[in-house]
Design a protein around this ligand. Structure first.
Ligand code: UDP
Ligand code: GLC
Length: 376
């Protein structure tokens, strides 16, 4: 069977890692995939529990990957990957981020293996993207926005293919809103309505836009609740997290905000959220959006990048101007107060998400790219 080596430099399980695990699961039987990732990490344990083989990589640097102080890490990771490739003898290396592709380049060069970059970021230094882009056989972009960013960085259009992330079939089958599980605007009925913000605590997720909008909504709806699900999961934004927590504690809604931390039981989390508010202005894709939609939960998101490709404004969710606290709070009030509208958004969102974003289709398209790169 064709062997794929997937490389993931992070050990925490964010959107990139969850998407990778789903892909490996879906491709089982067609490809034999081995994952190289930090040992004794959330990701390695998740893969272990599903019976997949992992090769240990060094722990990610405490500082940014781009810091000059991370040079030792790059040397260790690259050397380690050379050893892994020599031992595992893959036919193809699938890098799950730009940094993973950089770390895998020496191994790919030495062993003359094809390298494929699954690009999940909008940023990245232009020169590095260009060099990696030239070296890689193919680049998978998780959205049109990511593809555009790669084009701007000088990567050739014919090398890039957009493949959206998908949702697990198990989630889809247990959350059909027509089976009575839909989330509807219920503030008018019981007064209780929970707005959720879900994601890692990093500045670009714009938690403060959510919190400021929540304060306005809190004045109008005394029974509304707010939950922040997530943490500084990659360990590089401690100060940002402290600022978020301190804002909450000093706010007028302090007693109505639940700082839920990082949760592994996302099914439980979704069952307690009536509306997802997604404030990141530059989100490459946004897994949490398709996950909420697949649970029939109405989503309000900043109308840019990935979210703007996922949501059709007013039909499958609401898009507002990025950073516009007033627009977010108005949309939040409408969803909480207009039950019919919220229900319509939830069920159209569900129908759209489960038809456009399935893990099976994502894997089929990526499998096709593997075969194309390998000339199979
Ligand atoms: N997630 C989780 N626990 C949390 C918060 C988030 O398991 O407490 C998951 C969430 O369900 C989603 C992923 O982390 O699958 C976040 O992916 P997304 O693409 O939205 O964001 P990013 O990868 O940028 O963090
Ligand atoms: C990255 C991006 C996120 C995307 C995820 C899966 O973590 O930040 O937007 O959904 O990868 O591709």
């Amino acid at each position: 069977m064709t062997r794929i080596l997937a490389v993931n430099l992070e050990g925490a399980a964010g959107g990139a890692e969850r998407s990778l695990v789903l892909l490996v699961e879906q491709l089982q039987g067609q490809f034999s995939t081995i994952v190289a990732c930090p040992g004794d990490s959330v990701l390695s344990r998740l893969l272990d529990s599903k019976g997949f083989c992992c090769h240990k990589l060094p722990r990610p640097p405490a500082r940014a990957y781009s810091s000059p102080l991370s040079v030792g890490y790059w040397l260790r990771a690259s050397l380690c990957l050379v050893r892994v490739v020599l031992r595992a003898k893959p036919d193809l290396i699938h890098a799950n981020s730009l940094c993973a592709a950089v770390a895998a380049m020496p191994a790919a060069l030495l062993t003359r293996k094809s390298l494929l970059l699954h690009c999940r970021d909008l940023g990245g230094p232009g020169l590095i993207s260009r060099v990696v882009g030239r070296f890689c056989s193919k680049l998978i972009a998780v959205s049109g926005a990511v593809k555009d960013a790669l084009l701007r960085q000088g990567v050739k259009a014919e090398k890039i293919e957009v493949v959206y992330n998908g949702i697990d079939r198990a989630v889809i089958s247990t959350s059909n809103p027509s089976s009575g599980m839909s989330k509807t605007g219920n503030a008018g009925v019981s007064g209780r309505f929970t707005f959720g913000h879900v994601g890692q605590f990093v500045p670009w997720k714009n938690h403060f836009v959510f919190l400021e909008a929540a304060c306005r909504v809190g004045q109008e709806l005394p029974e509304a609740r707010f939950v922040l699900v997530g943490d500084d999961v990659f360990g590089r934004d401690r100060h940002y997290k402290e600022a978020v927590v301190s804002f909450v504690r000093k706010s007028t809604i302090a007693d109505r905000v639940d700082l839920a931390g990082w949760r592994e039981d996302m099914e439980e989390v979704w069952s307690g959220i009536d509306c997802l508010v997604h404030t990141a202005a530059r989100e490459p894709f946004g897994r949490v959006i398709i996950e909420a939609m697949a649970h029939g939960i109405p989503v309000i998101a900043a109308g840019a990048c990935g979210p703007a490709e996922i949501i059709e404004n007013g039909r499958t969710g609401i898009l507002v101007r990025a950073g516009d606290v007033g627009a977010f709070s108005e949309a939040m009030l409408r969803v909480a107060q207009d039950g019919e509208f919220a229900e319509r958004l939830g069920s159209s969102g569900y129908a759209d998400a489960v038809s456009r974003f399935t893990a099976g289709v994502t894997a089929e398209r990526i499998g096709r790219i593997y075969r194309e790169v390998l000339g199979l």
